[in-house]
Structures are given as C-alpha cells and as structure tokens.
Design a binder for this molecule. Sequence first.
Ligand SMILES: CC(C)(COP(=O)(O)OP(=O)(O)OC[C@H]1O[C@@H](n2cnc3c(N)ncnc32)[C@H](O)[C@@H]1OP(=O)(O)O)[C@@H](O)C(=O)NCCC(=O)NCCS
Length: 145
Amino acid sequence: MSWQIREAVPSDFRSLVCVDSVAEKDDGRRAQIASAISKGHCWVACDEDDPAVPVGYGCLDRSFFGEWFVPLVIVSDAHRRCGIGRKIIAHLERCSSAKKIFTSTNNSNTPMRQLLAQLGYQSSGVVENLDPGDPELIFMKVLDE
Ligand SMILES: CC(C)(COP(=O)(O)OP(=O)(O)OC[C@H]1O[C@@H](n2cnc3c(N)ncnc32)[C@H](O)[C@@H]1OP(=O)(O)O)[C@@H](O)C(=O)NCCC(=O)NCCS
C-alpha cells in the first residue's frame, strides 16, 4: 500500500476517534483532536486508494515553551509497523519548517522510543510525576544544522 499524509478536515474527526483507542473513552482526548483539526494542527495518514479514511494521525503545535512540538502520533492497531508513524513524523518535521522540533513519550512506550531513535531524535530531559511510576521523556531533533 502507498500512504499519503494530508491535513485533517472536520469530517475526519469520527475516523480519528476510531483510530485512537484513548479517544474512544476520553472526552479530553476527543476535545484535543477536535481542537487540533480546527486550528490546522492535525495531519492524517490514508491509503492513497482510500483517501477519505485515515488510519493514523499526528499533531503539531508550539505548545512546548513556544517550540515546535509533536503532542500526538497515533496509528490504528491494524496498521502498525507499516512505516506510517515514521511517515507522519517526517511530514510534521517538514511542516514545522523549524530548526528543531520536540516531542515526548512515556518511558514505558518502547514503540515510540524506538521510532524516535530511528528518526534521529535525542534525549532532552525527563518530567516526573505526570503518570505515576512512568516518567515522561522529552526528545528533540535538530532539523537545520
Ligand atoms: C508509536 C506508533 C505511533 C508507531 O507507529 P507505527 O506506524 O507502528 O511505526 P512504524 O511502522 O513507522 O515504525 C517505525 C519504527 O519504529 C519502531 N517501532 C514501531 N513499533 C515498534 C514496536 N512495537 N516495537 C519496537 N519498535 C517499534 C521500529 O524501529 C520501526 O522500524 P522497523 O519497523 O523498520 O523496525 C504506534 O505504535 C502507536 O500508535 N502507538 C500508540 C500511540 C502512541 O503511543 N503514540 C506515541 C505517543 S503520542
């Protein structure tokens, strides 16, 4: 399959809630997705042959001390390990047109940590006490050397 990344539109909202198991249960996550779509901060991944049906999404904003930040990258369970997460993040990096970009994930999130290592992200600090016993790790990538 060939995957395309495009900016999310309001009609994608339902699909993104299905893609994201947290959003199915969490009002806050649904509000976060809706806000990101309305602000133009959300991009979706679709099969080129089925461009109306997102199978993953990623968000990009400047919520981290004013720096470019990727707060969410989610790929549906059924489409993981096909290179979609990598493609979404690479697209967000290009969209930022920044010199550096930040993201974060829980220490326990091996898939995301491996993905970030593969894309050249470096460790940029730790925030304790968000999720008990599972520190939030901050990562940064230099985009313009
Ligand atoms: C993290 C996530 C976005 C990765 O998406 P994905 O499309 O499956 O990732 P990719 O197929 O692009 O994988 C790229 C690389 O990441 C690493 N990776 C991805 N999933 C992995 C896993 N389960 N175990 C170990 N490494 C993994 C590998 O290095 C992989 O490269 P390879 O397949 O050539 O070995 C996906 O697992 C996900 O949606 N997780 C739940 C949401 C989440 O935790 N998001 C991150 C914080 S917001």
